[in-house]
Design a protein around this ligand. Sequence first.
Ligand SMILES: [Zn+2]
Length: 246
Amino acid sequence: MKNDPGRSGSDGINPDKMPEKRAGQAPHPARLIREVLLQILYPEGAVCPGCGKISDGEYLCPACRKELETGEMLDSWHLRDLHGVPAWSIRPHRGLARKLVLRLKYGTEARAAAALTGLLRQRPPVFPELSPNTVVTWVPMPVRRRRERCIDHGKRLAEGTARELGLPCRELLRREGNSQPQAGQSMERRQRNLRRAYSPASEISFPVLLVDDVLTTGTTAERCIDALRNAGAEEITVLTMTWASR
Ligand SMILES: [Zn+2]
């Protein structure tokens, strides 16, 4: 288990306070020390990332699990059109859902991915029934950043999604060049960075479900949609864990 960064069991990150421009930066030494100490104190990650209370060994305590799965959140599925493709998002990018996305992204907590993709079990009837030959894939991360962060959070989310939906999961897109982190940059700059950032890994003759963490401007997903179409994909659906208003 020591290679699974998801078992870090930290409650000290407080991702809500983490500025977006931290993307791509190496963790602060003090944060690393704290992580290691918490790992020794709570080897099974028995601290709930939602409320910081000692839990019974589950990733989320019962109250936070309930908050994530029910209440006002039940009607929170969101649909947007991206280049003619339906883009579904499970939760608004706030509260516990946002916290989990940030913990996965910046705290490399793999179990946050499972908590988020587990929400697919309660998908609304309007969510399309995907044909069984649909391949789940993800928005690839630049190699340099993947090395820094230990886990590829997009891949984790795609694998969790594939598991929940009973579909195969495969890498269909490659990241080219040395793209700078997107967060905190102007729209114009984002678009320039992304223009040639994605290329298909192979020819595609099957439906694709593209998974990502959060949908904001949609620019990243649209570039991926274009790359998938260039490779032959005709039927594409996008799924993100959270959405934020543009
Ligand atoms: Zn909790």
